[in-house]
Design a protein around this ligand. Sequence first.
Ligand SMILES: C[S@@+](CC[C@H](N)C(=O)[O-])C[C@H]1O[C@@H](n2cnc3c(N)ncnc32)[C@H](O)[C@@H]1O
Length: 220
Amino acid sequence: MKVVERLSSVLNLPAGYRLFRRIVGGESVWRIYLAEYVKPAPGDRTLDLGCGPADVLDFLPAVNYTGLDISPQYIEAAKKRYGSRGRFLCGDVGVATLEAERGNFDLVLATGVLHHLDDAQVTRLFDLARRVLRPTGRLITFDGCYVPRQSRVARWLLARDRGKFVRSEGDYLGLASAHFAKVEPYLRHDLLRVPYTHLILRCSNPVSAGDQQSHGGPEL
Ligand SMILES: C[S@@+](CC[C@H](N)C(=O)[O-])C[C@H]1O[C@@H](n2cnc3c(N)ncnc32)[C@H](O)[C@@H]1O
């Protein structure tokens, strides 16, 4: 088995994935990502799409957490480790409708997920996020990204990612903008101990004063 394939099968194990993240990034990646971009508040109703083993729970305040992932292994590990801290659902973001959760969430996360999905699946993820978010809610995404004049090491690593759909900033933005009126992109080249580029998107559909009144304003 080739080295890349062997690494990929180790990463499919929750413990292997956790160890790898610790080696290339450490806890500071979570801390910077959450403090500077996600800005979670205690009590936020949070949906984590492609949650993996739900490691983010080690760094989140006491939010109301639901994690969804396609991997039964990751979901089992999340339940074992964080059972009482949230709900953990096994399912495909491209198929899940979460119909009962319409307009329920303040925050949707898709951390390291878009680059695992083809354009049709990403479209369904954005569609799902938009439906389950409250009018004032936001979706935050975080993925590896190709940019011009990037370090060759970063490009080499991105090309060998387990996710087969690492995109350029423009391609990620194009997909997000089809579903969200406001998309704020942030490029970071400094989050890992190895050369790498991440793109973080903050996506929302800003509500006008009139909309706010009809959704949350006092009833007259
Ligand atoms: C790089 S991992 C990120 C995990 C987690 N968000 C984190 O940051 O630790 C990508 C995750 O997306 C999940 N995933 C990939 N395709 C998916 C799909 N179609 N539906 C739900 N989850 C998916 C994988 O199982 C994996 O847990």
